[in-house]
Structures are given as structure tokens and as C-alpha cells.
Design a protein around this ligand. Sequence first.
Ligand code: SAH
Length: 269
Amino acid sequence: MASILTPGLVLATAVASMLAAAGCSPGIENGDRAGPSSASVPAARPSEGWTPPVFTDRQRERDEMVRIIRSYGLTDEAVLRVMAAVPRHEFVPPAYQASAYEDHPLPIGHGQTISQPYIVAEMTSRLKLKAGDKVLEVGTGSGYQAAVLAHLTTHVYTIEIIKPLAEAAAARLKRLGYTVVDARCGDGFVGWSEEAPFDAVMVTFAVDAIPPPLLEQLKGGGRMIVPVADASGTEWLTLVQKDAAGQVRTQRLIPVRFVPLLRKDPTQR
Ligand code: SAH
């Protein structure tokens, strides 16, 4: 089954600049291998007793989106419930509002995309999250995937390298009530060492090889889902499992297309 993300679509909207700056690291070009060092948003993490926000507008479209995801064979009811709950239209630029619930990626500016709903569901399901798990998403983009994760566990950390996207996503998540998501700007290749280890890690851009720091920051018994390109350039959604002894097993799932890993913020050059 084709599961394709379209990279490289450029968008001329100013979503990112509309939103207030919040907790974005100015230090991502200094080669700091210890990971991003900015203050996070929010400062206090009110995860105790937090319940996900409820949205009712465009519910019928979300239900139809879920019907399509289910028709592809995804049967994880917990994840399908979340996909029916998160207001995807709030995460796409105004120009793409109408098609927010169609099963394909959409441009979010700076050449980046919000992933196809089916892929979001598939990747989320593969992490097999339990309440209380600590999950790291690398590649915040719009913040949509982070919101999806927050419905499954209140310990969500997400990193985005493009400063305007990071700022916009942090502000959007906060505005929508996803206050348990800790979003920051930085190079996610190095992970988030201060918060490691993680029960689960999700990478939402393509890599040629699994970033070693992310593997190191994965707990024994943890899972990572990451698009990895093979020698021919085909990208494979790859499930990485680390056992209690630290042994790593990788499994290719389906061919995909993602935007590539960046090591520097192109908006800061
Ligand atoms: N998960 C996103 C989609 C992300 S697209 C969503 O739900 O909308 C991949 C994102 O990864 C892009 O926003 C891109 O800027 C970001 N990215 C690329 N390289 C990165 C890196 N080294 N560290 C952090 N983010 C990175």
C-alpha cells in the first residue's frame, strides 16, 4: 500500500510568524552535541490530572478520515479513537483548511509537511504507548503528531529544528490545551539528553541511518519508529526495539517518503 509523503512543497503563508515566540533555542548552530539547551514551554508540566481537550467541530470529517485509516488495515482502537479526537484542521495553514482531513500530507511552510493521517496513525500505533510512558518526537513540524501522542501519554517531548515552526507549534499546542507537550527548538539528531531515557522515540523525517544518540536515549524494552533510507534511496518505516539487555532489533515495515533530516535551521542561514 502506498504511503507517501510529499516533500519539498513550499508554502507562502506566514503561520509561523503569526504566533508568539516561546522557548526556542538560539544555540542550534553552535555544534553543541549535548542537545538543545533552551528553556522549555511550558515551564511547569501539569501532567497530573491533565485530560485532553475535546473538540467537536468537523467531527464528521474526522470520522471519515478514521474510516479510511481503518480500511487500510489499522485496527488499533486506542489510536483510532485519538485520530478521531485531534483537530487536525487546527494544525494546517489556512490555505489548506478545506483538505485537512484528506489522507495525504500537506505543506506547513519552510518546505516541510504535516504527515499523512494514515502514517501518523501507523507510526503512533507501532510505539505501543502506555499511559505514563515518556515519548520523544523528533521533528515537531505543526505539532499535530505531538498532540496525538499526548492523548496516549502525558509525557511528550518534541524537538523541531526550524525556529519559526518550533515557535508556532509550541504556541499552537498551548493554545489548544496540549499543555503537557514539552516543545523546544533544536537539533533533534542529538535527542534530549536531560530527559532521557525514553520509552519510545518517533522520528518524523528520513535518515540514512538511525541517529546513535536517539538509540542511546531509548530505554531497554523501548521502541523507536523512524523512516530509514536504504542504499537505493527507498525509505522504509523502520521499527527499532531495544530489549532489556540493550540488544537492538530493527524491522522494515513499509516504504514511505518523508522530508529529509536537517542539521541546521535553513531560516537562520
Ligand atoms: N510531525 C510533524 C511533521 C514533521 S515533518 C507534524 O505532525 O506536523 C518533519 C519535521 O522535522 C520538519 O518540520 C523539519 O523541520 C523537522 N526536522 C528536520 N530535521 C530535524 C532535526 N535535525 N531536528 C529536529 N527537527 C528536524
